[in-house]
Ligand binder design. Structure first.
Ligand SMILES: Nc1ncnc2c1ncn2[C@@H]1O[C@H](COP(=O)(O)OP(=O)(O)OP(=O)(O)O)[C@@H](O)[C@H]1O
Ligand SMILES: [Mg+2]
Length: 437
């Protein structure tokens, strides 16, 4: 049951930390103010009003009863009433009250006045809103009637507005202070999330300066330490590999020179083709590691980049389904190298190639399909390994190294994305690249 309730509440509660914290602060304040207001309004204000009205109606009844006595000094009564109670009386001789009452059920003053007048069995008419400071009351007396002009403060205490002001002002003040404080508390968390996101996407970020409460600061320090460790690790790896590649070139050149000393022509041919292949591998790797290390992220329009790459292939069989214009922030050269590798693979094996670009909610998709032989399921993981070629006979016709897909997946992963292989609707290979933005 509680699970259902919490699920229901979650749907309506705000998702962001700032608004949640604000709710935690503001809700008790609002509830407290509301309770105080209701208690005050009901027990104090309404009860005071009722008491005051009852006293006033009593006075008016006394006035009418004394006025109606045979021996009464009517003038004296009117004067005393006016002087000591502040109520003006006009006597309308031989007249009936013809006005119709404008009933205001929502006004507490009207309600208590009506109740008290009815209790004293008086035939009445009143208007509490015609004058600002005065209440107009008429009471029928046999064939004539009295018209009273009563100061409003005799019926109600006016402190309600001041009370409302005093109760809402501090509440507004507390909530404003809470907003300022909470904004300052959530900003460092947002900053950390943004930095992590950018780092995950392979962007170069400057040193992260932690700020905010100690726990958030701690998370920031740890993030910065982790970022440096990862960078160091990455640099170490690529420096080591490019060092090895570089060092291997010297003995390779030596071997090339030594070839000239061999007399067997057949042997020379086989050796030299092997040496050429090794040289190509090394060059390819060195080029990749030097490029990817140096490049900075930049903003570019993705559809246009794809179109440029396709144009370079000068192949009428490549179809492009462009999507909506989208400015992507990434390493442009690396990405174009990745797409280049994939299209190059397809042109090697297939005649028909289709490329599509799609923008989704938080990532973009680049889908490449061809009608070649495809890659069997059991090989789909292996082809991403460096220097892996499915079988010699496939790629023998064109000289290949086996680095294309592994470099491509490295580039995509360094942008925080994914690359997946499956079967195309044309029977060949389908490559789906997803990049977050
Ligand atoms: N579109 C494709 N259709 C069928 N097989 C493919 C396709 N793309 C790649 N392959 C297979 O996957 C293997 C690995 O591809 P990868 O691009 O990594 O290397 P390569 O093309 O052989 O060499 P390189 O790209 O370094 O010159 C290839 O040898 C090929 O057999
Ligand atoms: Mg290739």
């Amino acid at each position: 049951m509680f699970y259902g309730l919490s699920k229901f509440l979650k749907k309506f509660l705000p998702k962001q930390l700032f608004y949640r914290s604000l709710l935690i602060v503001a809700l008790p304040v609002i509830i407290l103010q509301l309770t105080i207001s209701i208690v005050f309004f009901d027990s104090l204000w309404i009860k005071t009003n009722i008491g005051m009205t009852r006293a006033l109606v009593g006075e008016i009844k006394t006035f009418i009863d004394s006025y109606n006595r045979e021996s009464a000094d009517k003038n004296f009564i009117e004067l005393t009433f006016e002087e000591h109670l502040g109520i003006n009386v006009v006597y309308h001789y031989d007249k009936e009250i013809l006005d119709t009452m404008n009933e205001k059920w929502y006004s507490p003053i009207d309600r208590s006045l009506r109740r008290e007048l009815k209790e004293k069995k008086l035939n009445y008419w009143f208007d509490t809103s015609k004058f600002k400071q005065t209440v107009n009351l008429k009471i029928q007396n046999k064939n004539d009637y009295f018209e009273f002009f009563i100061p409003r403060e005799r019926l109600t205490s006016t402190s309600v507005r001041i009370f409302a002001l005093w109760i809402t002002l501090p509440a507004i003040l507390i909530i404003t202070i809470a907003i300022i404080f909470l904004k300052n508390q959530t900003r460092p968390i947002k900053k950390l999330a943004e930095a992590s996101k950018r780092f995950g996407r392979g962007e170069k970020i400057e040193e992260f300066v932690p700020s905010g409460a100690s726990e958030i600061r701690q998370a920031g320090y740890e993030f910065e330490k982790m970022r440096k460790r990862i960078l160091r690790h990455l640099n170490q790896r690529s420096e080591m590999l490019s060092g090895i590649s570089h060092d291997l070139r010297t003995p390779l050149t030596r071997m090339k020179l030594q070839l000239a000393l061999i007399k067997d022509k057949n042997l020379i041919e086989r050796f030299s083709s092997d040496i050429d292949e090794m040289e190509k591998m090394l060059n390819e790797y060195l080029q990749f590691s030097s490029e990817s290390n140096k490049e900075n992220t930049e903003e570019f329009e993705f559809n246009e980049l794809i179109r440029e790459i396709i144009l370079k292939f000068n192949n009428g069989f490549i179809k492009f389904n462009s999507g909506e214009k989208f400015n992507f922030n990434g390493r442009k050269l690396s990405i174009s190298r990745c797409l280049n590798n994939l299209i190059e693979n397809s042109t090697k094996f297939a005649n028909k190639i289709e490329i599509s670009f799609q923008k989704l909610k938080s990532n973009i998709l680049i889908i490449l399909e061809d009608d070649g032989p495809g890659i069997p399921i059991q090989e789909r993981e292996n082809v991403f390994k460096p220097f892996y070629k499915i079988d010699k006979s496939r790629s023998e016709k064109s000289s290949s190294v086996g680095l294309g897909l592994s470099i491509s997946s490295d580039i995509i992963r360094s942008h925080g994305g994914k690359i997946e292989l499956s079967e195309s609707k044309y029977g060949g290979l389908k490559v789906v690249i997803s990049l977050p933005f």
